[in-house]
Write a protein of this length. Structure first.
Length: 79
């Protein structure tokens, strides 16, 4: 199947996605970005377009809050 025929739907998923696929879906959509993950050797990787460390931490904490809310909503639907 050709990648040209695949339409990303967005939302959440329970499977891992290729890093390149996730990054490609954000091109030309973001004003700023923080990237955290693992490189091909399994080492931690970090890069940011935001120079102020406090702003990076604020974004990470807000993102952590949103992730926890998504998890909590999932638990509510299971019960």
């Amino acid at each position: 199947m050709s990648k040209d025929n695949v339409i990303p739907l967005g939302g959440t998923t329970s499977i891992d996605l290729p890093a390149n696929q996730v990054i490609e879906q954000t091109l030309d959509k973001l004003e700023s970005v923080v990237i955290i993950g693992y490189d091909k050797d399994g080492d931690e990787y970090f890069a940011s377009s935001i120079s102020d460390g406090a702003d990076v931490m604020w974004l990470l904490e807000r993102s952590k809050k949103k992730l926890m809310e998504i998890v909590e909503q999932g638990w509510e639907h299971e019960t």
